[in-house]
Design a protein around this ligand. Structure first.
Ligand code: UZR
Ligand code: MG
Length: 247
């Protein structure tokens, strides 16, 4: 057979219908400003991909814990700056998961601004990995691991209104501190880091979770890609081998 020399035993076991076939997960990055509807978009994608194993990894999990000194002046801490995240660890996580491994994702507590030192969230190997966060397109190395990049583009006034509601209702903050933090850190960091990363997106979704047409199209595309992706990219010769060998 013409391509037998390229087939190692592990390659030969791969087939489009073989559930043991080596697969590389499909990695989707979802970015956008605070309260743009990123999580809603991710949840809707996950719901519609029910026949696949999908995991959501939030960049928030990779916030560095604040030191005692930083905690004393939490109002001066910029949670919207790229340096607030442990990007090396995020990169390690995406690299490992992309190679089909599970990962112990840290757990970050928004109240104490600390990491739980003794517990992790075990994220298992999956078909689709969704990486969500305000700055997931910031680092080129992380960006390069993504098969699809989505930017959720929601007007700033809508985002601020949602952010106020979320922080006061869900996080027990008072409105003045929310507005102060927004003006001092959230908006400038959006202009300096988040918005410039929009140019790396493959898709820009206006109106976030309200945009059902966009979400349907994205899900259709992922279905198509998952059908081809696992074999064509990793083992371009496999289909030839399959058609000439009886395994
Ligand atoms: P999303 N954030 C906090 O408010 N407290 C923390 O301990 C860690 C993060 C906020 C952060 C950012 N900033 O705007 C937001 N501030 O979480 C990102 N200020 O979350 O993408 O869900 O809006
Ligand atoms: Mg969110």
């Amino acid at each position: 057979p013409p391509s037998s020399s390229t087939a190692s035993p592990s390659h030969r076991s791969a087939s489009a219908s073989d559930s043991n076939a080596p697969k590389q997960p499909f990695v989707i990055g979802v970015s956008g400003g605070t309260a743009s509807g990123k999580t809603t978009v991710c949840d809707m994608i996950i719901q519609q991909l029910h026949d696949h194993r999908v995991v959501l990894v939030n960049q928030d999990s990779f916030y560095r814990g604040l030191t005692a000194e930083e905690s004393k002046r939490v109002h001066e801490y910029n949670f919207d700056h790229p340096d607030a995240f442990d990007t090396e660890q995020l990169l390690d996580c995406v690299q490992k998961m992309r190679s089909g491994h599970s990962y112990q994702v840290p757990i970050y507590d928004f109240k104490s601004h600390r990491r739980c030192s003794d517990s992790f969230r075990q994220v298992n190997a999956s078909d689709v990995i969704i990486l969500e966060g305000i700055l997931v397109f910031h680092d080129q190395r992380v960006r390069n691991l993504m098969n699809m990049k989505i930017f959720v583009d929601t007007d700033a006034d809508v985002r601020l209104a949602r952010r106020i509601r979320r922080d006061t209702v869900e996080r027990g903050r008072d409105i003045n501190s929310v507005l102060e933090q927004y003006a001092k850190f959230v908006k400038p960091a959006f202009d300096d880091f988040v918005l410039p990363s929009k140019k790396y997106a493959d898709l820009i979704i206006p109106r976030g979770g309200d945009n059902h047409v966009a979400i349907d199209l994205i899900v259709q595309h992922i279905h198509t890609k998952l059908g081809q992706h696992d074999l064509c990219k990793i083992y371009p010769n496999v289909y030839v081998i399959q058609s000439t060998f009886q395994i």
